[in-house]
Write a protein that binds this ligand. Structure first.
Ligand code: AMP
Length: 275
């Protein structure tokens, strides 16, 4: 496995990669969710590139950029285990040579200011712009993203379609702890009592999914009832949408999404619901 930091070193090594190149973009602090992306990429691609970059432009001024976990040694071991060919761990200057305050960026459109975007103004412009830059520099044929960040996946798919990026996006199902909590690099912020309370998110989603036979009202009522029993969980949104995040259909595939604060930690999760 090759590990490089500078953009120049990455670009020169990239030239030597053969066949179908798969990209797994990450912010590091890798866990079994990331490992599932890497494994899926390894199974489908000739060459696997992963990037480890905590992108400053997707963090709001009061978010956790400064304390976001950085665990490079362990991350490299996880990449090696997964059979990654090349890790690019650039610095901010490698990705933004003229500084992160770009004059031109990707506008995520109306969906970018809903759900996560309503609580995190500018977040998806930051995400889409850095993903566009990574696509340009890495030039992958395929790119792998987790369904844990469902809105992010939908917006990247939209960008690829609307702007003809020609990259095949592969969604990877959410990896969960045995008690249902979706793995996240931010779970390590949770105190022990908060970690227990955090189970309410997935429990609410599963209860909603199980109530789908009763229609959309029953889904939301079942999920709300679970969350209401956990005062330590402060809900930001709980919404049922269509599977591309338009309005929920009366029948067929829909998505139930939740965001909540547990103590100071903001968590998100979602599941498919068949109405
Ligand atoms: P991050 O490092 O948080 O930016 O995540 C990098 C990629 O890993 C994104 O595509 C995420 O959706 C994906 N990911 C994060 N957590 C999980 C999880 N629990 N299961 C599957 N994929 C995940």
């Amino acid at each position: 496995m090759k590990v490089v930091n500078s953009r120049a070193d990455f670009v020169s090594l990239r030239c030597g990669l053969l066949g179908r190149v798969g990209l797994v973009p990450t912010m590091g602090a890798l866990h079994a969710g990331h490992a599932a992306l890497l494994r899926t990429a390894r199974q489908t691609c000739d060459s696997v590139v992963t990037t480890i970059f905590v992108n400053p432009t997707q963090f709001g001024p009061n978010e956790d950029l400064g304390r976001y976990p950085r665990t490079l040694e362990a991350d490299l071991a996880a990449c090696e285990d997964a059979g990654v060919d090349m890790v690019w761990a650039p610095g901010v200057d490698d990705v933004y040579p003229s500084g992160p305050d770009l004059q031109v960026h990707i506008d995520p459109g109306p969906l970018g200011s809903q759900l996560e975007g309503a609580s995190r103004p500018g977040h998806f412009a930051g995400v889409l712009t850095v993903v566009a830059k990574l696509f340009q520099i890495v030039r992958p044929q395929l790119a792998f993203f987790g369904q844990k960040d469902y809105q992010q996946f939908c917006l990247i798919q939209r960008m690829v379609d609307d702007l003809d990026f020609g990259v095949l996006l592969v969604p990877v199902p959410t990896v969960r702890e045995p008690d249902g909590l979706a793995l996240s690099s931010r779970n390590r912020y949770l105190a022990p009592d908060e970690r227990i309370a955090a189970r309410a998110l997935s429990q609410a989603l599963f209860a909603g999914r199980d109530a789908a036979g009763g229609g959309d009202g029953a889904v939301l009522a079942a999920a709300r009832a679970v969350l209401a029993g956990h005062p330590a969980v402060s809900v930001d949104y709980l919404e049922l949408r269509g599977d591309a995040l338009g309005p929920a259909p009366t029948q067929g595939a829909a998505r139930l999404l939740v965001a909540a604060r547990v103590g100071a930690t903001r968590l998100i999760d979602n599941v498919e619901v068949i109405l």
